[in-house]
Design a protein. Sequence first.
Length: 266
Amino acid sequence: MLDQPILLTGAAGKIARYLRPRLLDRYGQLRLSDRENPAPLDPREEVALGELADFDAVKKVATGCSAIVHMGACIVEESWEIIHPSNIVGVRNVLEAARQTGIKRVVLASSVHAVGYHPVTASLDKDASALPDSLYGVSKVFAEGMACLYAEKAGMDIACLRIGSVLPEPTEPRHLSTWLSYPDSWRLVQACLDAPRLGYTIMYGCSANTRSWWDNSGAPHVAYRPEDNAEDYAAEILKGGDLRDPASPETRFQGGFFCAPDYVKW
Ligand code: 15L
């Protein structure tokens, strides 16, 4: 249990809703932020509605918190006019508010789409180069760059989670590599909050998938032990064969349909 609440941004989102009761049970209190009302609330949750692009509002909601789990963002491709305030200005505001209010630890949602143009034949570790597949992916590269800056210059502990596909269960061939079960998403966030020291840490957000493309061995200081495996669903998913066009960008690259030529909002 912590004396001060953890701030959870994007609290109305699907991952945050799964995390909330678990964070409460483990750490005691939460402060929630979102632009949408994240009701229903637990008595141990307090809420502040607002925009991530409003620095004063973000600083106000961060004040007095012990750590931040930053899930608030656009989570698909959007126009620059939408990505910029929520994912670019927003992540800067969260990290700068943390620095100004003395919050040392931030766990932030990055995405596979920061590295989406790596081929599916590649195995990626923490040092994989940025190859964003969308404006959304570019915003996550920016988030990781800012996390590095704040960790190195301000001495903060920041984990960037390159989250794959969070779903109740995998439903298509790509998910056999990218699936992150909800229980494993909690194990991952908890491991990052509990790690003695993060510095600047990159973690891939995937379950223990037999066909995973991602390697977290570069972060031995984070005791993330996923328990689910998309392979349990492989026979069902592949029963009619893998019908994807092997030559299409959606099949060749790790970002999947984000890599389609027309999946961009210039
Ligand atoms: C993401 O980052 C998205 O937020 C999510 O909607 C999925 O598309 C996921 O990646 C994925 O690549 O499956």
